[in-house]
Design a protein around this ligand. Sequence first.
Ligand code: NAD
Length: 266
Amino acid sequence: MASLTGQTALVTGASSGIGKAIALAMAAAGANVGINYIAGDDVVEQMVHDIESSGGRAIPLKADVSREDEVLAMFRKLIGAFGTVDILASNAGIQKDSPFANMTLAQWNAVLNVNLTGAFLCAREAVKEFLRRGVVKERSLAAGKIIFTSSVHEVIPWAGHANYATSKGGLAMLMKTIAQELASEKIRINSIGPGAIKTPINRKAWETPEAADALRRLIPSGRIGEPKDIASAAVWLASDESDYINGTTIFVDGGMLLYPGFRTGG
Ligand code: NAD
């Protein structure tokens, strides 16, 4: 695995699913980890314990990423503990699904606030620290790296999920715009676009054999993804091994974006 030794990573939405796997993988790669979460004190306590037992360093950072005051306090605590931040894995996300005509403003705002505004707030605070500190050659070629957890739905329209798909489409443009703006400062910003990964957010899509079969039909590789499929890509994107990758989304989707319906149709 690529090395992140001596670097400090903040992972948001890290008490379950993809974020948990990213936090543990970054710790295993040698990073100090700030574990952001909104629920699951016991899970995070265990994660900190496991990371420290393996010789790593981690701190819990309870904060709602959609609230500016909580994000600012989280960064102060992280930088107070580890001195700086080198990597942001902005991963927290939610769904509030509804047929479009019935979608409430509350459902719309909730998803946009966490998935897009939360990413903006965390990225802005990370970038401030990257710019303040600049490159430390012994740690990384970059002044900082941001990895957004986006989705195949930054590209694939998704009926019944207008708020979610819009948030991920917006995230793609946020990622590209700030990558363009900050590349000259040696800051790299990319997204990972997961396909269907087995986590609590999409439990209904895989928990029964019938649902899992229907889901697998959308995945040319024939298997539902695991959080570790995303975590290994995140560690690589955070490392100097991907130093020339900037402003792009890497889809980790078992080929979902190959439009499998066209294998036999069309
Ligand atoms: P998950 O529900 O296990 O993880 C989401 C995490 O975000 C949870 O731990 C939740 O507590 C946290 N969270 C929610 N609101 C928050 C807030 N306001 N502040 C801080 N944390 C908050 O599901 P997951 O699949 O691991 O989702 C992680 C990311 O992956 C999300 O951005 C999701 O959109 C994206 N994603 C998931 C899939 C998939 O198939 N599972 C596919 C594409 C994209």
